[in-house]
Design a protein around this ligand. Structure first.
Ligand code: FES
Ligand code: FES
Length: 170
């Protein structure tokens, strides 16, 4: 029996796209098939976070979502983040902290951290640790990843102060 082929349309990294898919195809498989291979397959069961993407502002596991569930949504993958020449702040801090070993978990960690920083203000250690607890790393012991994340959060928090005009009204 032939499996039905459908299309799904959504905004991917800021561009409207339409892809062919099947009702049983997972979003992770569609993304990787279409060349967005920064999003990794780890467990395929919603436990490791390697496949994390941002959908409508929330970090989600692409291995658990059917591709059709992305219809009309805004999806961001690691490919929307910084480049080798112009890394995003979280990428700069991960490198500076020496937080990347095999690197397999890192795209998912970056996407979760990005969703966290875009959604929350005044991010405490407790909030950050809770938010990130769905992203596992088998190599690093987390400490350096944590240092990089905390520095990135603190950098972002300091930015509005840096931009504030001097000598404003009291
Ligand atoms: Fe999706 Fe592990 S591959 S959570
Ligand atoms: Fe290897 Fe995290 S750096 S899994």
């Amino acid at each position: 029996m032939k499996t039905a082929v459908n299309t799904v349309s959504f905004t991917l990294n800021g561009e409207k796209k339409t892809f062919s898919t099947r009702p049983d195809e997972k979003l992770l498989d569609l993304l990787r098939r279409e060349g967005y291979k920064g999003t990794k397959y780890g467990c395929g069961q919603g436990t490791c976070g390697a496949c994390t993407v941002i959908m409508d502002g929330r970090a989600v596991y692409a291995c658990l979502l059917y591709a059709m569930q992305a219809e009309g949504r805004k999806v961001r993958t690691i490919e929307s983040m910084g480049t080798h020449d112009k890394p995003a702040p979280i990428q700069q801090e991960l490198v500076a902290a020496g937080a990347v070993q095999c690197g397999y978990c890192i795209p998912g960690i970056i996407m979760s951290a990005t969703a966290l920083m875009e959604a929350e203000k005044d991010i405490t250690d407790e909030v950050a640790r809770e938010y990130m607890d769905g992203n596992l790393c088998r190599c690093t012991g987390y400490e350096k990843i944590w240092v990089a994340l905390r520095k990135t959060i603190d950098r972002a928090a300091a930015e509005p102060a840096k931009k504030a005009p001097k000598g404003g009204k009291k």
